[in-house]
Design a protein around this ligand. Structure first.
Ligand code: GDP
Ligand code: MG
Length: 371
């Protein structure tokens, strides 16, 4: 923890807390004795008492952030939204992801075959891009959130029109709500004779997911992943929701984001799919993904094309890491090899500490992997 209580800091400097509070107030910090001060505030205030602050609690993320480079204060621009598709088994998540991929107007232009890299972007008719995480299901979503990684901006909850709300539908809604991520409900399988979208609207209203036409604020889109109907309209709604959310990023700073997938591949070594959340990643730069460091040897987009750089809101497959990071790991581009070593070492120490903390959460898989 990188903060310190006002009363503790006062004691460290041999002062009475009110003396410190007074100086904090003078500097515009409305402090009280129990308030937690962050390092920057402490560093600003202690010279007034003849001290100098040294941050011994440096976290890997803080170092990565401090050493970020490029035009850090450049104006932020709108970035593509990142969307996750969730819902009950067999309600059509995979089919919907396929149908969306087919709706990509750029796919025809490039004539390329889309690669499976764990995420893909589609260009809609007005030229805007939308990125989809290609691993359906809330497992991936939950796993990432457990690591503190929030890769998703918008959730599409798929419900089969002939089947209705199911336990995993509820779970998906709960996950999206817990993450504070706006939702769109895709009422799928509208081509089926038993399709009953009104029943789904009723059921979801009970979960306080109320359709706009009933006075709520959730968009329900009627689609058929099989017949590919309603897909364009749904993508249009995703775009509108993204506009409201004003998702912005600065493409001129060093890249940072999340590992979506990673594996070892014969002849290639560690291969990771990165989703850039801010900044730009370029070939040749030093990178730390989770605890693993490396240098970006190549970047490949979701169309299988070699690219020199990848900007915010977009995925790319990267080669050049020393080992395989975990899905959900944060990654950062850093300015040089020394910084890469420092960030990677700090992350390794943090990971070790977390692993030896008795109440650290451990999944069954982790336990099975260790024995
Ligand atoms: P997932 O488990 O949620 O990924 O569901 P899938 O995409 O694998 O779909 C489950 C089944 O439903 C498959 O047999 C699909 O062909 C079928 N299916 C998916 N979407 C539709 C649709 O819009 N209409 C119809 N009739 N069947 C669909
Ligand atoms: Mg599936």
């Amino acid at each position: 923890n990188n903060t310190m209580k006002v009363s503790d800091l006062a004691m460290e400097m041999g002062l009475k807390a009110p003396q410190l509070v007074k100086v904090l107030m003078k500097n515009g910090v409305m402090a009280n004795m129990n308030m937690d001060l962050d390092f920057d505030t402490i560093a600003l205030i202690v010279p007034e008492f003849g001290w100098e602050a040294q941050n011994v609690f440096k976290t890997a993320d803080a170092v990565a952030e401090e050493t970020a480079f490029g035009e850090l204060n450049a104006e932020a621009v709108i970035r593509p939204p990142v969307v996750t598709v969730m819902g009950h088994v067999d309600h059509g998540k995979t089919s919907l992801l396929d149908a969306i991929r087919n709706a990509d107007v750029a796919a025809g232009e490039a004539g390329g075959i889309t690669q499976h890299i764990g995420a893909y972007s589609v260009k809609i008719e007005d030229g805007n891009l939308i990125t989809f995480l290609d691993t359906p299901g809330h497992e991936a979503f939950t796993a990432m959130r457990a690591r503190g990684a929030n890769a998703t901006d918008i959730a599409i909850i798929v419900v089969a029109a002939d089947d209705g709300m199911m336990p995993q539908t509820q779970e998906a809604v709960n996950h999206a709500k817990a993450a504070g991520v706006p939702m769109i409900v895709a009422v799928n399988k509208m081509d089926k004779p038993g399709a009953n979208p009104d029943r789904i609207k009723q059921q979801l209203t009970e979960l306080e997911v109320v359709p706009e036409e009933w006075g709520g604020n959730t968009i329900f889109c009627e689609v058929s992943a099989l017949k590919k109907t309603g897909i364009k309209e749904m993508l249009e709604q995703v775009k509108l929701l993204a506009e409201v959310a004003e998702l912005k990023a600065n493409p001129k700073r060093s890249g940072t984001g999340i590992v979506i997938e990673a594996k070892m591949e014969k002849g290639k070594g560690p291969v990771a799919t990165l989703l850039v959340k801010d900044g730009t990643v370029e070939v040749g730069q030093y990178i730390v993904a989770g605890t693993m460091k490396g240098r970006v040897r190549s970047l490949t987009n979701d169309k299988g094309e070699r690219i020199q750089s990848v900007g915010p809101g977009l995925p790319a497959e990267v080669l050049g890491l020393e080992a395989v990071p975990a899905a959900g790991d944060k990654f950062d581009i850093v300015k040089d090899e020394d910084t890469a070593n420092e960030v990677s070492t700090l992350r390794k120490e943090q990971a070790e500490k977390a692993a030896t903390t008795p109440n650290a959460k451990m999944s069954l898989e982790d336990i099975f992997a260790k024995v």
